[in-house]
Design a protein around this ligand. Structure first.
Ligand code: AMP
Length: 142
């Protein structure tokens, strides 16, 4: 287990803090966000404790991935939304407030949902080649 401060999500998993539970199995828990950006805003967390996504084990990541599309379908069906964002913040500079890894599923309605400022640059070809080569090496693939 990774050493980390006890968070509100640890308390929810332990049953010490109530939540509006949407889904639970032995590896993950989904519940409604207490401060929704829109109706149906849902959080999905692993039961394996980790602060950030990159700290998760493959089995915990797989468990999240297995449930996420099914959870999105339920959110869409119940709210009537046809668009949504899945966002996952890592680090306070990236708007993470609860240091326990979690995915947000946020339905998008005309005036509700996630607001994004996306200032796209352009991909420099030499830099792209270098980045991709280094990342492949880091991941141990050719
Ligand atoms: P983030 O900024 O990605 O760390 O998001 C943390 C989210 O956790 C916020 O959207 C909060 O509204 C939500 N949150 C905090 N405490 C609770 C709680 N007790 N139950 C449900 N959601 C919570």
């Amino acid at each position: 287990m990774i050493e980390q401060e006890v968070t509100i999500f640890d308390r929810i998993i332990a049953g010490e803090t109530p939540c509006h539970r949407v889904y639970e199995d032995d590896q993950v828990l989904a519940f409604l966000d207490i401060g929704p950006l829109s109706d149906g805003h849902t959080l999905l967390i692993p039961k394996e404790r980790a602060r950030y996504l990159h700290e998760l084990s493959d089995p915990a990541a797989a468990a999240l991935g297995r449930v996420l599309p099914r959870l999105c379908r339920a959110v869409l069906a119940v709210t009537g939304a046809t668009a949504y964002n899945v966002i996952q913040n890592n680090g306070s500079a990236a708007h993470q407030a609860v240091f326990y890894v979690h995915f947000h599923i946020i339905p998008k309605f005309p005036n509700r949902g996630l607001g994004i400022s996306w200032s796209a640059g352009s991909l420099d070809s030499a830099r792209a080649t270098e980045l991709a080569r280094k990342m492949r090496a880091e991941m141990g693939v050719g």
